[in-house]
Design a protein around this ligand. Structure first.
Ligand code: KIV
Ligand code: NA
Length: 265
């Protein structure tokens, strides 16, 4: 199969093909993901929690992300590599440009950043400079100090309307993908129907155009945090690492994952 390119993502949505995404942090896992049906691989700032053992993603630096992007890039042949801009690295357009260039030089094909508001200007600034951007709305873990914890977002109508509006705005700003994290399934479905860019859900229901899970969650590797409702241990089902990735990819493509037990209503 051909390596993924950015324009192929919109084609997939138009043709109703679901996108399979997982996080990875090193070359070995990246290769297994790439060999077993994963379309998109994210070096997430979740590495702060699952690799570094921190309590949040806030301490992750651009150097940390770049190191792991370099590792993961060596393992990929077909999947598109997305790099998270860590907390603060997207605080201004100029900072975001510097961090993004480092991610692209390390092998990423797209960067991801959280939020809308003043981030819309950042998205526009990067896209105008030929850097593909994935937006991220709903529960944005870099907002944990303001939010006071990790909770489902967009439950009240006013909050839901804001997420719907922000989805339009990030699309208009030039984002080519949109991660929706921990929002009620009907809200994610409405957003998915209202934007032309693919939505990738995590705790956002089966109507999204694709799904993402954190590698460690999906393998049942846990450093003591409570397992969120939307996480499914595919290692138990798949029997091996390759089998787990294949089982996840099949379940995402068929629409079997996430079911109601792994989503919020
Ligand atoms: O950091 C991360 O792994 C993420 C995904 C959960 C989308 O942002
Ligand atoms: Na992240």
């Amino acid at each position: 199969m051909k390596p993924w390119t950015v324009p192929m993502l919109a084609d997939a949505k138009r043709e109703g093909r679901k996108l399979v995404m997982l996080t990875a942090y090193d070359a070995g896992f990246a290769r297994v993901l790439d060999d077993n049906g994963t379309d998109l691989v994210l070096v997430g700032d979740s590495l702060g929690m699952v690799v570094q053992g921190q309590d949040s993603t806030l301490p992750v630096t651009v150097d940390d992300i770049v190191y792991h992007v370099r590792c993961v890039a060596r393992g990929l042949r077909r999947a598109l590599l997305i790099a998270d801009l860590p907390f603060g690295a997207d605080a201004t357009p100029e900072r975001a440009l510097d961090a993004s260039l480092r991610c692209l030089q390390a092998g990423a094909g797209m960067v991801k950043l959280e939020g809308a508001g003043h981030k819309l200007e950042v998205i526009r600034f990067l896209v105008e400079r030929e850097i593909p951007v994935c937006a991220h709305l709903g529960l944005t873990p870099q907002s944990v100090l303001r939010l006071g914890g990790y909770k489902v977002q967009g439950r009240e109508e006013a909050a839901a309307a804001r997420v719907r509006e922000d989805a339009k705005l990030v699309e208009d700003a030039g984002a080519t993908l949109l991660v929706l994290e921990c929002v009620p399934s009907p809200l994610a479905a409405a957003i998915t129907a209202s934007v032309a860019i693919p939505t990738i859900g995590i705790g956002a229901g089966a109507a999204c155009d694709g799904q993402v899970l954190v590698l460690h969650d999906f393998l049942g590797v846990n450093t003591g945090h409570r397992r969120p409702k939307f996480v499914k241990d595919f290692l138990a089902e798949g029997g091996s690492l390759a089998g787990a990735v294949q089982a996840y990819a099949d379940a995402v493509r068929s629409g079997a994952f996430p079911d109601a037990a792994h989503a919020y209503d």
